[in-house]
Design a protein around this ligand. Structure first.
Ligand SMILES: [Fe+2]
Ligand SMILES: [Fe+2]
Length: 690
């Protein structure tokens, strides 16, 4: 059985017609029959009863009202008849209604009338026959030999019309193909998801050539001159099939095409000549209850002529819209791919190669940038090992929250939607939000107490010196007394002096204890502050008679901090990390879809009531993405593993504190609600980041 759609006519499936629908060619299908198909192309002469038939003896003669060739339902396109109708004008005039009905029911659309008339008449004077169907009106007295010649000429005229319409149809159809291929190019160039891209390529190329099934392979990255492996990506029969590798060599059909770089057209895979180097793997057919008969295999090449992949198209359909049946395939009743299919598939493959290569390049740029961001964040977090993993966790929480917000269908955020690019934007902003800590001195960054360790150590040495100095003074006094007063009186003196010394040493020890206690980053009371001030006024006298105070001015200021462990200067320095982050991020030439990264990160210490830093923005001025990040940032700071200066809180306590922050108008209460209800805080649990 031959395909009805041989040649260039292809009825496109409804799902793919879109813009072409209005241009779909309305010509009857028989026009596309190949002229060489003579068996289907019978010639008839329909003659009215009053005409001498002997002139057409060698032709198929039928009476004009003969019912033999009336159309049966479903038959209309199956056969094709060329007919010349030779009728008298009298017959036409008398049987106009019969002829008209007969014409309407005849399945042939290719016929012309030769009318024999006794008088001179115009073509419009014959009722029942449209003027376009009238080829000639000739005298009723025309000799038989001439009449025979006119019939032959009529056939020729009909074939010329046929050819002209056929070419026109083909031209219009190739324009349709071009439009379709252009559209596929546009479709492929805008698809960002690699898996969807691969699926789209396969689906579109199958439609273009009318293939019943197909598979697509892409080359594995390679270092040498040629790819070594093809990766099976998708099969139209089983879209979820797992991927596998195929060597690029002559053992398989796809491998052969990838290694030769040439397309392959196989009429029947079950009848491959033994001389071919490749063989057909029947296992696939057996597994999928399928028969692979005809095959068209096209290499996808980039502009450097390198193989990017292979498209394997299987079994040309007999009718574009109808899948082949197992019986048809088993019996080999399957269309054959033609050169025109190869041309069309190659055109799509060229576009597919460009799209795949672009997609790969974009992915490698993403990977490169991703690697750079991760390395930068890791480097910055190594300056303060106790906060290690913070940025990665904040990114996980923020992305989790943004994705949830994207899904909510009610409440104040029901209209807020995020594209995958915007999610990526939030992720980068979160990963890099604290990058500006690079501009904060490390000792400030890791400062755990009010004093730096070297400051405390120096203070301890001062007290140690003071103790030794006292002991020395008292020892000298006792020695002098012993020399002058003798051993007997010395005993009482010694006891007295020792008591006095130990009292003074205890005082010193007490002062040092107050210093060490005040050094903790707790809230300190007023009396402790005044004690510290007293200590700062005391000191130890050194050899030259000058006094070194126990606490320097800066040390005193640090110990006077009433809350936390940072003084004003240090606090500002820490806070400056946000500005450093922003300055760093605006230097990066972000692509359009990531342009908000600097702004999102810049606001992560702002508060909705305007009391945050560095800009003191209010609720309306803080981006929702930033508000999400702030919640994630605080939550992680509270629950992160113990730091030297801060105990880790459990989830409930952290959420309590966040609740208070929301109540006080610092963070977004609605977003916090989603954070809690959707248990976003659990997203990091399974992650290796903790
Ligand atoms: Fe921060
Ligand atoms: Fe942070």
């Amino acid at each position: 059985m031959e395909s009805r759609n041989d040649g260039n006519i292809e009825a496109l499936p409804p799902s793919t017609m879109t813009d072409m629908q209005t241009n779909h060619h309305p010509l009857p299908l028989p026009l596309a029959k190949e002229r060489s198909d003579d068996a289907q192309h019978e010639r008839y002469v329909y003659v009215s009863p009053d005409i001498d038939k002997t002139a057409f003896d060698d032709l198929n003669i039928r009476n004009i009202d003969n019912a033999d060739h009336r159309a049966e339902p479903g038959e209309i396109f199956d056969r094709f008849v060329s007919a010349i109708c030779v009728v008298s004008d009298e017959y036409l005039d008398q049987n106009a209604a019969v002829v008209s009905e007969w014409l309407g029911s005849l399945f042939s659309r290719e016929l012309l009338f030769i009318i024999l008339s006794k008088t001179e008449r115009s073509v419009d004077s014959f009722l029942g026959v449209h003027r376009e169907l009238i080829y000639l009106v000739i005298p009723a007295t025309t000799p038989k030999s001439y009449l025979r010649q006119f019939v032959e000429n009529g056939y020729r005229e009909m074939f010329l019309r046929f050819d002209r319409l056929g070419y026109q149809t083909r031209l219009e159809l190739s324009l349709q193909d071009m439009r379709r291929i252009t559209r596929i190019g546009q479709l492929l160039s805008t698809e960002k998801d690699f898996e969807v891209l691969i699926e789209t390529i396969l689906r579109e190329v199958m439609v273009v050539v009318g293939a019943d099934a197909g598979s697509i392979y892409v080359t594995e990255p390679y270092k040498g001159e040629r790819p070594e492996f093809l990766r099976f990506k998708k099969s139209a029969l089983q879209l979820s099939a797992s991927e596998f590798l195929l060597p690029v060599d002559s053992t398989s059909i796809a491998g052969y095409v990838a290694s030769s770089g040439l397309p392959l057209m196989i009429p029947d895979c079950y009848a491959l000549p033994e001389t071919e180097p490749y063989s057909f793997n029947r296992e696939y057919d057996q597994q999928h209850h399928y028969y692979t008969r005809s095959m068209l295999v096209i290499p996808m090449k980039n502009y450097r002529n390198e193989i990017i992949g292979v498209i394997q198209l299987i079994n040309k359909r007999l009718e574009t819209n109808r899948p082949l049946t197992y019986e048809e395939m088993g019996a080999g009743e399957v269309g054959k791919f033609r050169v025109v299919d190869m041309d069309k598939a190659s055109a799509v493959a060229g576009q597919a190669a460009v799209a795949i290569e672009n997609n790969r390049l974009i992915r490698s740029i993403h990977n490169l940038f991703e690697g750079f961001v991760r390395a930068s964040v890791t480097a910055i977090e190594q300056r303060d090992p106790t906060t290690s993993g913070h940025s990665f966790r904040v990114a996980e929480y923020t992305v989790g929250l943004a994705q949830t917000v994207d899904r909510v269908s009610s409440g104040p955020f029901s209209l807020l939607k995020f594209t995958p690019e915007q999610i990526r934007e939030v992720r980068y902003a979160s990963l890099l939000h604290d990058f500006g800590k690079v501009g904060v001195r490390e000792k400030v960054l890791v400062k755990a107490k009010k004093l730096y360790p070297d400051q405390l150590s120096e203070i301890r040495w001062r007290f140690r010196f003071a103790r030794k100095s006292l002991e020395y003074t008292y020892a000298r006094k006792k020695l002098a007394y012993l020399k002058h007063e003798g051993a007997v009186a010395y005993r009482d003196y010694e006891r007295f002096m020792d008591q006095e010394l130990s009292q003074k040493l205890e005082e010193l020890q007490g002062m040092l204890q107050i210093v060490e206690l005040s050094n903790e980053p707790n809230v300190v009371d007023g009396s402790t502050v005044s004690q510290i001030e007293q200590i700062a006024l005391s000191g130890v006298t050194i050899e030259d008679g000058s006094t070194v105070p126990f606490l320097t001015h800066n040390e005193l200021l640090s110990l006077q901090v009433r809350r936390g462990n940072l003084d004003q200067v240090e606090r500002l320095e820490i806070e400056s990390h946000v500005t450093h982050t922003y300055r760093f991020l605006v230097q990066i030439p972000w692509t359009g879809d990531l342009r908000n990264v600097p702004d999102i990160a810049y606001g992560h210490h702002e508060k909705l009531d305007g009391t945050g830093y560095p800009l003191g923005l209010n609720q309306r001025e803080i981006l929702p993405q930033t508000r999400m990040m702030t919640i994630a940032d605080i939550f992680d700071a509270l629950t992160a593993p113990d730091r030297p200066y801060k105990k880790s809180l459990n989830v409930e306590s952290a959420l309590d504190i966040l609740g208070k922050e929301a109540k006080e108008g610092h963070i977004d209460a609605d977003l916090l609600k989603i954070f809690i209800e959707a248990k976003i805080y659990e997203v990091v649990k399974d992650s290796a980041l903790l």
